[in-house]
Structure formats: structure tokens, C-alpha cells
Design a protein around this ligand. Structure first.
Ligand code: NAD
Length: 347
């Protein structure tokens, strides 16, 4: 067993809604077993925030992240249609979390696609996703027309693209695919394409290959041959959809972690939502959040602990064959967590 002394790192912990508290408990068990240096400040948000403080994003949670600039977050529920605005979107705006990094790596062999290893970088603050929308009433129908405004800026596109390009260089990636729809949304996604091409020509040419693909073709190519991709960078809404597709290539949402990186903070979470259909049943797969915690350890330069965590997850799944139901296994969330903890303690 390896031992390392380390200074405590203050970090905010938001268990979230639905399966959030279950997968957060499982992840904390693994982090405790590792002796991870995080000093947690536990806060509520989402539906849990509404219940405890009358606000889906309580001031206490925001203040905590302002102080720690680092958070591990369970999924937060957002009502569809009416109701409050997404706390996830508000958190991204508040802390200018402009890049969303979503790696997809095959860990469990035997699925439809073997050896997938690609990364989606999603611009996280702009585009059609910002939710500037309204209805127009005609006669007696208040919802006769629906309108949405998408906004992409040169500067906003540039910082997300720069993050993806720097990630590619730092991680020895050979190709970046810029995904757009500039044939139809010529201005809205054309600016992202144009900015990416200019940035590549001026700073990154020769460091990796840049290819550009239209989003619909990209979806088809990902299903036919995901191995042709390395790093994908795209606008907010396309990134939202493409990263779920990519999660499906490596075993589903239970296996997909994500990091929201910005100028003022970094927030780590699973790609999936609160899974209300299985909440409270001990069925949730905690791997996505555990892998997000591994990304958080990388972020604070504890690659040693991140590697031990990833190895323990891999061994639990593939050597011990302990798996939750979404991966065809029978383990409950706490049973899976205990198996990971046992592996960590022996590492
Ligand atoms: P979801 O990701 O919660 O669930 C989709 C499907 O995947 C469900 O069948 C669910 O059971 C399954 N699933 C998801 N995570 C799983 C896991 N860890 N283990 C096993 N199965 C898992 O998507 P949804 O149902 O569309 O959304 C539910 C709520 O979550 C909504 O309110 C939505 O706004 C919110 N949401 C939050 C985030 C976030 O906080 N970052 C992200 C996406 C959705």
C-alpha cells in the first residue's frame, strides 16, 4: 500500500438529486480508502436545494464554490418545459466554466465497440443551449410560436477551442475533429468553424491534424467507426448530444465522467442525470462519478491517486466481475463501492 502525506484541499460536495446521494456515497467511500486530500464542504442544490433552502442554487452552495473553486457534484434535476432554469447551466455561467471535457474509454470489453478511446470537448456557455427562449401568443393559443436565440462569440468559441487544442497537445492526441453545422447555421456555427480553422493555422499547425465534420455526418461516423476519432470539439448543444452518443459506445451513461473547466473554478460530475427511474433502489452505477473524481484528482495534481482509483475500478469490473445491472451484473451500488474499496486497500 502506498502512503502519501498531503495538505488538505478544500472542495465543495453537492450530492444532488435522484441517484446523486447514492453514487456520491459510493465515490466518497473510494476517495476515503485512497486517503484523498479533499476537505469537503457539503452543500445542497437542484431539487434538494429547493426543498432545503427554497432555491435550486442556494447562495450557500455558490459561496462555497467561490471559496473552494473546486467541486464534485451529483446530478441536479431540472423540470422539463416549465419550472426553474437549470442549476447546471447557471453554475457554468456563474463560474465561467467554458469547457466541458468528456472522455470516453472502453473499460469493460465485450460490448458492441472494443477499445474506444476518444474525448469530447464541448463549448459550455454559448450557442442554442443558453435557453434564451420565448413563446408568441396568436389568438387564444399562448404557445402558438416558440422562439430561441443562439449566441456564439469569437472569444467564447476561441477559449473552448484553445482548451481542446491544448488538451490534444498535452495528451499526445493525433487528431482533433471540429464538429459544426455551418452549411445550414452559417453564422451561429460558422463562427466556431472559422475561429477553429484560424486558431489552428496560427498556433497549432503541425502539432496535430485538424479535420472538420458536419454534426449529422459525425453522428453516423461515430456509430460506424468510432476509432477514426481522437478529440472532438464542438458547440454546446451538439456536444450535449454527441457526448451521450459517445457514452453509449463505451457501455452507457453509467461509465461516462465529465469535467466543467473554467477561469474561476472546476466542477466534476457524471455525464448522466438524476435517473429518477432507478433512484433510491441501490441500482445506480457509480463508475461515472468515480471516474469524475479521478479527473478531479488529476486536476489537483494527484495523478498517483487518480491512477490507483482507475485501476481499482478496472479490476473490480474485469477481474472481480463485480458489476451493476446496467452492465449486466447483479451488484448493488454499495456492493460495487465496497468491491472498489477492497481493491484500493490492496493497491
Ligand atoms: P438520465 O441521465 O438521468 O437517465 C437516462 C437513463 O440512463 C435512465 O434510464 C437512467 O436510469 C439511466 N442511467 C443514468 N445514469 C445511470 C447510472 N449511473 N447507472 C445506471 N443507469 C443510469 O437522464 P434523464 O432521465 O433524461 O434526466 C433526469 C434528470 O436529470 C432531468 O431532470 C435532467 O434535467 C437531469 N440531468 C442533470 C444532469 C446534470 O446534473 N449534469 C445531466 C443530465 C440530466
Amino acid at each position: 500500500m502506498s502512503t502519501t502525506t498531503s495538505t488538505p484541499i478544500p472542495a465543495t460536495l453537492i450530492p444532488g438529486d435522484g441517484i446523486g446521494p447514492e453514487i456520491v456515497d459510493a465515490t466518497l467511500a473510494a476517495l476515503d480508502a485512497l486517503g484523498a486530500p479533499f476537505e469537503w464542504d457539503r452543500q445542497e442544490a437542484g431539487l434538494a436545494g429547493v426543498k432545503s433552502a427554497g432555491d435550486p442554487l442556494p447562495k450557500a452552495a455558490l459561496d462555497s464554490i467561490r471559496r473552494t473553486r473546486l467541486a464534485l457534484k451529483g446530478p441536479l434535476e431540472t423540470p422539463s418545459g416549465g419550472g426553474y432554469r437549470s442549476s447546471n447551466v447557471r453554475l457554468r455561467e456563474e463560474f465561467q466554466l467554458y469547457a466541458n471535457l468528456r472522455p470516453a474509454l472502453t473499460i469493460v470489453p465485450g460490448g458492441r465497440y472494443e477499445k474506444v478511446n476518444l474525448v469530447v470537448v464541448r463549448e459550455n456557455l454559448e450557442g442554442l443551449y443558453i435557453g434564451h427562449e420565448h413563446y408568441v401568443q396568436i389568438d387564444n393559443d399562448p404557445h402558438a410560436v416558440a422562439m430561441a436565440t443562439g449566441i456564439n462569440t469569437r472569444q467564447g468559441s476561441r477559449r473552448a477551442l484553445e482548451f481542446a487544442f491544448e488538451y490534444a497537445v498535452a495528451n499526445g492526441r493525433k487528431k482533433v475533429t471540429l464538429v459544426h453545422k455551418a452549411n445550414i447555421m452559417k453564422a451561429l456555427t460558422g463562427i466556431f468553424l472559422e475561429t477553429g480553422q484560424q486558431l489552428y493555422e496560427s498556433k497549432y499547425k503541425g502539432k496535430f491534424e485538424l479535420e472538420t465534420v458536419i454534426v449529422d455526418a459525425c453522428a453516423m461516423k461515430l456509430v460506424l467507426n468510432p476509432w477514426q476519432f481522437d478529440v472532438i470539439v464542438t458547440t454546446n448543444l451538439f456536444g450535449d448530444i454527441i457526448s451521450d452518443l459517445v457514452a453509449g459506445l463505451v457501455g452507457g451513461l453509467g461509465m461516462a465522467p465529465g469535467a466543467n473547466i473554467g477561469a474561476n473554478a472546476a466542477i466534476f460530475e457524471a455525464v448522466h442525470g438524476s435517473a429518477p427511474d432507478i433512484a433510491g433502489q441501490g441500482k445506480a452505477n457509480p463508475v461515472a462519478l468515480m471516474l469524475a473524481a479521478a479527473m478531479m484528482l488529476d486536476h489537483v495534481n494527484r495523478q498517483d491517486l487518480a491512477t490507483r482509483l482507475r485501476t481499482a475500478i478496472d479490476q473490480t469490473l474485469n477481474v472481480d466481475q463485480v458489476r451493476t445491472g446496467d452492465l449486466g451484473g447483479k451488484a448493488s451500488t454499495p456492493e460495487f463501492a465496497q468491491a472498489v474499496v477492497a481493491r484500493i486497500k490492496n493497491s
